[in-house]
Design a protein around this ligand. Structure first.
Ligand code: FES
Ligand code: FES
Length: 168
């Protein structure tokens, strides 16, 4: 059996014909060519496949693409600008050596992006708890925590500056 579905990924609408059992990560990588999302364990443990669905981090190997109709899906490809300029979060990972082999990085970035959108005032300890949900075999996590925390601090400072300007 096959099914016609409509998926919105990184702001672009796609009509796709898929089997109902096809996972979101397979559709993203194989049907849409968005190979930035990685596949590790394929059973919900490693988090390498994390994407945002309606802003919330989701393990794309654990959901079927058909379940994601009428949602807004974001993959790691949505972070950088069209000219390749890294997002503030990506730049922070680069600045703080938050990656080594890079296999876990797309999942870590999307996990952190979703978390900081939800919890912009997160403490370093809260960030540590959240990134522990995804597996990284290289970094020892400390540099990832530093990267996410530095990005959160910069965003808070920018927010304060805007608030300060609008109050004056
Ligand atoms: S590949 Fe999805 S959680 Fe590991
Ligand atoms: S940087 Fe290699 S698995 Fe995280």
């Amino acid at each position: 059996m096959i099914q016609l579905i409509e998926l919105t990924v990184n702001g672009e609408r796609h009509d796709l014909v898929v089997e109902p059992r096809r996972t979101l990560v397979d559709v993203l990588r194989h049907d849409l060519g968005l190979t930035g999302t990685h596949v590790g364990c394929e059973h919900g443990v490693c988090g390498a496949c994390t994407v945002l669905v309606d802003g919330a981090p989701v393990r794309a190997c654990l959901v079927f693409a058909v379940q994601c109709e009428k949602t807004d899906i974001r993959t790691v490809e949505s972070l950088a600008d069209a000219d390749g300029t890294l997002s503030d979060l990506q730049q922070s990972f680069a600045d703080h050596h938050g990656l080594q082999c890079g296999f876990c990085t797309p999942g870590m970035l999307m996990l952190a992006e979703g978390f900081l959108a939800e919890e912009p005032d997160a403490t370093k300890e809260e960030i540590r708890d959240v990134v522990a949900a995804n597996l990284c075999r290289c970094t020892g996590y400390q540099t990832i925590v530093e990267a996410v925390d530095a990005c959160a601090r910069r965003r808070r400072a920018a927010r304060q500056e805007v608030l300060g300007r609008s109050a004056s």
